[in-house]
Write a new protein. Structure first.
Length: 80
């Protein structure tokens, strides 16, 4: 499925409802936007570690996500 849209004056973009429905993406849902090979890729938000960008078993601490590996590394630095 492909649609042509214009970016509005404030830089916003409306994702057509049929495209949103086809991937079960709701209004107001957080999304991730990244550049891959010169293209924009928009996907449902996946929490990532704020340090290494891993998505494996991340835990939320205050308003950030951290993976177990980075927690362990920080713990080791505190113990030094
Ligand atoms: Zn990490």
């Amino acid at each position: 499925m492909m649609k042509t849209k214009k970016i509005n004056k404030s830089g916003g973009l409306t994702i057509p409802s049929d495209i949103r429905r086809s991937i079960d993406m709701d209004k107001g849902q957080a999304i991730d936007i990244e550049v891959q090979g010169g293209k924009l890729v928009i996907s449902k938000h996946t929490p990532r570690c704020m340090f290494c960008q891993s998505i494996d078993n991340v835990v939320r601490h205050q308003n950030n996500y951290i993976c177990p590996k980075c927690i362990k590394e920080m713990g080791a630095k505190v113990d030094e």
